[in-house]
Design a protein around this ligand. Structure first.
Ligand code: KG4
Length: 338
């Protein structure tokens, strides 16, 4: 069965046709990154307007590239939470209109569920149960994935997401948006221990994260240097900072896995593209005898294919929505509202 997946939660308008949750027949993305670069980050109002302008053409070319018409599509899946509310509403309303006019079922897809599903495309053999580390611009969580649509949150950030923490540091260092990606490149080959950053813990909640202090710490170092007329040493400062963020992520993830006894780790979300996170996890998982699954680099960021993949599993679970489907800026992965 073929499913159309539509994504508009942030600054990418994307659509894809995916067969049975695993086979990508088309994957079209209209990225707005060049337009947001001049503002140093995503401007929500601009994002919503561009989604409105792009969505019809993106969906049309996803269908064309897959060689299908709407008659070949079993159901339409759309990202409805969490994300920028104005941006989400564009995808949700487009999907509702298309579903109604073509007489197709409408499937609400949680953004983090689809980030996890990006791994079903890269690793066709992957099946739940497993532990997932979800790291994106707005979320950081360790999740016990019991089944394709059954999730239990083991740990989460109490303040900033890891991606936000990397983006803000990059911005303070004068790097362009998207900060996390540019900081990763600028810090390549730097000394992980040139700067002594803490590895914060949340008291009495060992699986939760706290990144805001770390973010303030790096911003203060940069401002102190600038006040003395010095430029920050981006390579070493960036490498030490990324290593501190990655150490927090890996420490809590392996603690969670030692509690649950899980031997399968899936990484998901934009920060899963980070080169230090990928190589540290590779090394640590092989030492610990844990099977590691990471999305292909092309599927780490927001895309329609991951939505199309998760749509299949939501369909099998009977998770349908009506014409009253709304979009939500925040929503737990394990407790959906429709
Ligand atoms: O999952 P995503 O594309 O969007 C959200 O759903 O939030 O994640 C975006 C985040 C941003 O914070 C971005 O800086 C980060 O992913 N990111 C990276 C890298 N590429 C993207 N962070 C670290 N290293 C990268 N290579």
């Amino acid at each position: 069965m073929k499913f159309l997946g539509i994504e508009s939660s942030c600054d990418e308008t994307a659509a894809s046709v995916v067969e049975d949750g695993r086979k990508v027949l088309s994957d079209v993305i209209a990225s707005q990154v060049p337009e947001h670069v001049i503002y140093g980050g995503v401007v929500p109002e601009i994002a919503s307007r561009r989604h409105v302008e792009n969505i019809s053409a993106v969906v049309k070319s996803a269908l064309e590239q897959a060689g299908c018409g709407m008659d070949d599509i079993e159901a339409i899946g759309v990202t409805y939470a969490p994300g920028l509310i104005g941006a989400l509403l564009v995808g949700v309303n487009f999907a509702k209109g298309l579903a109604y006019s073509c007489g197709k079922k409408l499937i609400p897809v949680h953004h983090l569920r689809s980030h996890i599903a990006a791994n079903y495309i890269t690793h066709p053999e992957l099946k739940p149960p497993f532990t997932a580390l979800c790291v994106s611009g707005g979320n950081t969580m360790i999740i016990d994935v019991k089944d394709y649509t059954v999730f239990n949150i083991l740990g989460r950030t109490r303040d900033d997401a890891a991606g936000e923490c990397l983006d803000k540091a990059a911005r303070a260092m004068g790097l362009n948006y998207p900060g996390g990606k540019n900081l990763d490149a600028a810090a390549k080959g730097g000394n992980f221990y040139a700067y002594d950053f803490p590895r914060p813990r949340v008291e009495n909640s060992p699986l939760d994260f706290s990144f805001s202090g770390l973010k303030t710490n790096v911003v203060n170092i940069i401002h102190n240097k600038q006040q003395k007329g010095e430029e920050p040493d981006i390579k070493n400062l960036g490498a030490s900072y990324i290593k501190a963020v990655v150490d927090c992520l890996t420490r809590n993830t392996f603690e969670a896995m030692s509690i649950t006894g899980s031997k399968k780790l899936v990484v998901a979300g934009g920060v899963s593209a980070n080169s230090v996170l990928r190589s540290e996890l590779d090394l640590m998982c092989s030492k610990k005898g844990i099977e590691l699954f990471m999305p292909d680099l092309s599927l780490c960021g927001d895309n329609g294919a991951m939505v199309g993949a998760q749509t299949y599993y939501e369909y099998l679970s009977g998770n349908f929505a009506g014409a009253d489907l709304n979009a939500y800026a925040t929503m737990n992965i394990d407790n959906l509202i429709k």
